[in-house]
Ligand binder design. Sequence first.
Ligand SMILES: C[S@@+](CC[C@H](N)C(=O)[O-])C[C@H]1O[C@@H](n2cnc3c(N)ncnc32)[C@H](O)[C@@H]1O
Length: 502
Amino acid sequence: MNVNTKIAEPLFDEVARVIARRTGLHFPPERRNDLERGLRQVACELEFDDLETCLRWLASASLSRQQIETLASHLTIGETYFFRETKALEIVERQILPGLMTGRRDDRRLRFWSAGCCTGEEAYTLAILFARAIPDLDRWSITLLATDINHHFLSKAEAGIYTEWSFRNTPGWIRNQYFTKRNDGRFEIIPQLKKMVTFAQLNLAEDVFPSQTNNTNEMDVIVCRNVFMYLSPGHVSTIGRQFHECLIDSGYLLVSPSDTSLELASHFDPVHRSGAILYQRRANSVEQGTFQRLTNGSAPSTLWVADCAPHLQAEGGSSNLHEVDTLPSTGADSVARVTPEVAYENAAVLAADMNCTTEADKKDQVPDGGPEMALLARDHANRGNLGEALVWCDRAIVRDKTNPASHYLRATILQEQGVLDEAARALERALYLDPNFVLAHFMSGTVARLRGKGKASNKHFENTKLLLSGCPQTEILPESGGITVKRLMEIIVQTTAREDLR
Ligand SMILES: C[S@@+](CC[C@H](N)C(=O)[O-])C[C@H]1O[C@@H](n2cnc3c(N)ncnc32)[C@H](O)[C@@H]1O
C-alpha cells in the first residue's frame, strides 16, 4: 500500500464523522495522527491498495457490524491495568459492596458491569474485590458483566493471562494470591475469579441497552472509566442517559476523573470524593420510556450470567486502602427476594395501602386495567423491586390470563429471582398462548441452560433460530426495544459457543 499519499482534509473529516456516528469515537484535530495511523492499519486489514480508496469507501459504504468492529479494533486505546485509580475502588470495597451486602442478605444478588473493559483488568479487579469483601461468595448470585467494542481486547480478557506490565499498580500479594505464574513468565487469573466474569462484545454507541437480552438491565453499579474521554459529547450524553436506565434506583455509575462532564451530571446526582467520581441514580426517578424497558428487552437477563464463584479465602495481607467519607445509601434494602407465595401477601399489603388513599388519589395512582398493571410491574422490575414487580404482574394475569406477554414478564421476574422452575412454567404458558413468541423461546433456552438441561436448552435455541430464519435480518423484534433479528441470532451463536467452551 502506498503510505505516502496526502489525503484531502474534507475526506478525513467525512470518515471521522462516520466513525463518530457508528462508534462514538471522537477524533479532534489534535488526534488526527492517531486517526490516520489507525486508518492505515484498517486499509491494510481490509486489503485496500491505498488509504484514499479505503477512506472513500468508508465514507460511502453502509458498514456492517463486523466492519465497524474492524475499525474499532484499530482506533481504540488499550491502556489499562489492575487496580487502576484506587480511590474509586476503595469506595466500592469499603462502602458500596458492604451497603449492598447488608441490603441483599435475603436474595444475595449483585450486578456489576464494567463497560469498556478493554483487556479485562478492570473486571478482574472487581472480581478480586468481591472475593475479598464477601466471605460466603459461593452463596451469592453474582453478575459481573464486562463489555467492550474491540474483539481483540475481549479475546485477551477471556484468556485472562497478563504480563508484569498489567500489575504496575498492584500490590505483590494480590498477584500472588489471585494469579498463577505460568512457565512463560506471565500470570493467569485463578479459575474461580475467571468464571465470575462474563465478557461480551457491546458497542456503546450502537447496541441496545438496557436490555435483558444482553443482560445490561438492573445493574447495581456500572464502572465505565477512561472511556467517555474518547467519545463525542453527544454520545456521552446519550450513553449516560442509557446507563441511568440500566441502573436500579440509587445505583452508581463510576467514571474516572478525566471522564467527568456536564452531560453526565445532568442525568445523575454527582457524588465527589477526593480522586473518585461517582454518579448516583436518583431514587424513584422515572425517565421517559422507562416503562418500555422490560418489555423491550424481553429476554432472559441471565444470558451471560456467570456462576457465582466458590468461596475464596481473602488472606495474605490487609488492604492498602484507607477510609473514605460515607456515601448515600444504595437503597438495596428495598430489593428482597420474594417467592410467588410471599408476593401474594405483599399484594394484600399493597392493596391495604392503596385503600388508605382518597378516592381522587386512587383514581390517579392505582392502575385498574391489566395493561397498566403490567406497566407498573415492569417499572418495579426495572428498579430492581422484584417482589413488587411480581405482585403487579400476577394482578395483570388475574385480569387477563390469555396475554402471553404477561406470562413472559412473569417469567423474566422469576428468573431474576432465581426461581427457575416457576420461570420455566410461566414460559410454557406464554408459548402455549403464542407458539411463535420468539423471545419466549429464546428465554426458555436460557432458563433450561441455567437449570442444567443442556439438551432442552439447545432445542429451544434451535426453535428460536428457526423462527428468526423466516424474518428479515434487520427487522426489529416485537417488544425488544431495538434488538434486530440478526443481533439475536448473533447472541445465540455467541452464547452457545461460550457455553461449549466452558
Ligand atoms: C482506555 S480503555 C479503558 C479500560 C478500563 N475501563 C480502564 O479504565 O482501565 C477504553 C476502552 O473503551 C473501549 N471503547 C471505546 N469505544 C467504545 C464503544 N463505542 N463501545 C464499547 N467500548 C468502547 C475501548 O475499546 C477500550 O477498551
